[in-house]
Design a protein. Structure first.
Length: 113
């Protein structure tokens, strides 16, 4: 059972980013709350590391990556780096990125300068 969600400053940033763009990338270190924050906004989710589905997700990414975007939007793609072709797939694989709103999560953090 999930614990009650505690609102975060990042929620407003995520809302604004989703309104402005078809895809949002959330980056940060492990266990900082990226997935939980995104789950609050996402209407559907795909967890690339799900042991029961990971192999089929990888196969779909290799054959027809747009299949991974099927679902209610905004769609959460957790650990998207396992299938990086999905990043930007909305515009390349089937139309407008606005029609394929996605939230991508990456557990690695890059320093911005």
């Amino acid at each position: 059972m999930k614990q009650k969600y505690l609102p975060r400053i990042a929620d407003k940033v995520l809302n604004t980013a989703l309104e402005a763009s078809g895809a949002v990338l959330i980056e940060g270190p492990k266990w900082c709350g990226k997935t939980r924050t995104a789950e609050e906004k996402a209407a559907s989710a795909l967890y690339m590391q799900d042991p029961d589905h990971s192999a089929s997700y990888q196969q779909a990414a290799d054959i027809k990556p747009s299949l991974l975007l099927n679902g209610d939007t905004p769609r959460l793609i957790d650990e998207w780096q396992m299938a990086p072709v999905t990043l930007g797939c909305g515009s390349v694989c089937g139309g407008s990125t606005r029609g394929n709103r996605s939230i991508y999560l990456n557990r690695f953090c890059r320093t911005q300068r």
